[in-house]
Design a protein around this ligand. Sequence first.
Ligand code: TXA
Ligand code: MG
Length: 354
Amino acid sequence: METEIIKIRPGEGPVSEEDEEKLRAAGAILQQGGLVAFPTETVYGLGGDALNPSSSQKIYAAKGRPSDNPLIVHIYRFEDIYKITKEVPEEARKIADAFWPGPLTMILPKSDAVPYETTGGLDTVAIRMPSHPAAQKLIKYSGGYIAAPSANTSGKPSPTVAKYVEEDMMGRIDAIIDGGEVGIGLESTIIDLTVTPPQILRPGYITQEKLSTVLGTVDTDTTILRADSGQAPKAPGMKYRHYAPRGELTIVEGTPGQVREYINRAAAADHTAGEKTGIIGTEEMLSGYIADVVKSVGSRKDEDSIARHLYTILREFDDEGVTKIYSEGFSTEGFGQAIMNRLLKAAGHKVVKL
Ligand code: TXA
Ligand code: MG
């Protein structure tokens, strides 16, 4: 299959008339059962018509994803939620008012309109209204419901730029909409509204603290920051090895001095043993590191920048053939919980605590 690259103006500004035409054409591809990757404010998505079972099957095939791992249905206006759900509780309206459009996905009981192919056999459906203007137009022109997992090969870090979508999906899907670098860089928060109290299944930019201000008590799935304990996470996708670079990643935690010393010593030993070494460091610590490749993930004071750079850096280490990677650990407060959740998964929970 030949994959068409459709370039639109980068960023999350209003959609130009010229780009609107391109998105209309891409929407038609989706309506005909094709697959189109597109930018959202979190990561690039791999879209298909959510109400067409064969589109969902094609998504699983293109990603190499197990078909028990359900997809998120993306909508562009709230009223479209009624067709795909059995009931919409008050909580759903409240958090939609507060956080939609935006990086929040809610789980609700599904209606018969949503095929089991899209929900991985579950009776619930994950729904998100992205804020990215081009994503919204694409959803509109596709008929209103796009099933979209992150646009990476299953197991790899989610793509934050179109280049990495191309790397994984060239020849496997109909088109890729290149809208430049995404804003947030980590996938949406997922909250399950079918349980009481509501429960966060995947942390993201919309934190537990923010959700609690609207909903009151909010639980978090306890498997989020723990090593695999035999207890399955409630979001089926969270159980798979994920977000992982090809190199072996170790997280090192301790005082800044201890971390610097440990990482430099380990990297030196690896280098001597013939490995290509890489370090993920914060701005504040960067000048003290020695390895084949040292990359700044951003300032410790700026979690948004750490989130935005994390997946890109993991992909760059792959590009550069790095085989041993060391990273500082981060705070698990607020948005930090989402960052550490992804980093721990990328590392297969390999953590050195000094
Ligand atoms: O930011 C995002 O959410 C991105 C962009 C493209 O919107 N999408 C994304 O999709 O991250 P994906 O497929 O990579 O991750 C979806 C996660 C998986 O862990 C899946 O198991 C979970 O959502 N999920 C989907 N439907 C669910 C359901 N009904 N119940 C529980 N978990 C569900
Ligand atoms: Mg994903």
